[in-house]
Design a protein around this ligand. Structure first.
Ligand SMILES: [Zn+2]
Ligand SMILES: [Zn+2]
Length: 106
């Protein structure tokens, strides 16, 4: 892919921490930003049941539970026990915090 320059103003402390962590893992910071922006524009997630990786944009939302419906096995939040649904809710919350919103806007 052709590259372009991006100028950002971000917190010094956050950048310092990110550079340290990136150096440890030998990942360029630009690759991290690129990775995140790609995820932000087109989130790809894994089905909690069958492990299928799918794009949120092309996936239906269940009208009953409001979860994405796996295109392979059809799993959504319906019929899950309360414990399982709670665990999945907080896992999903990690990337909703990262994306500053829902994975798919409905
Ligand atoms: Zn599935
Ligand atoms: Zn459902």
């Amino acid at each position: 892919m052709p590259k372009t320059k991006l100028t950002l103003s971000i917190s010094k402390e956050i950048l310092k921490g990110a550079k340290l962590a990136a150096e440890k893992r030998h990942i360029p910071v630009s690759r991290l930003v690129e990775n995140f922006l790609e995820f932000f524009a087109n989130p790809k997630i894994y089905c909690f049941k069958c492990g299928e990786k799918f794009s949120a944009a092309d996936t239906k939302v269940c009208p009953k539970c409001g979860w994405l419906v796996c295109p392979r096995c059809g799993a959504c939040g319906c019929g899950l026990s309360e414990d399982t649904a709670t665990a999945l809710f907080y896992m999903r919350k990690v990337y909703e915090d990262l994306l500053i919103g829902r994975v798919k806007q409905s």
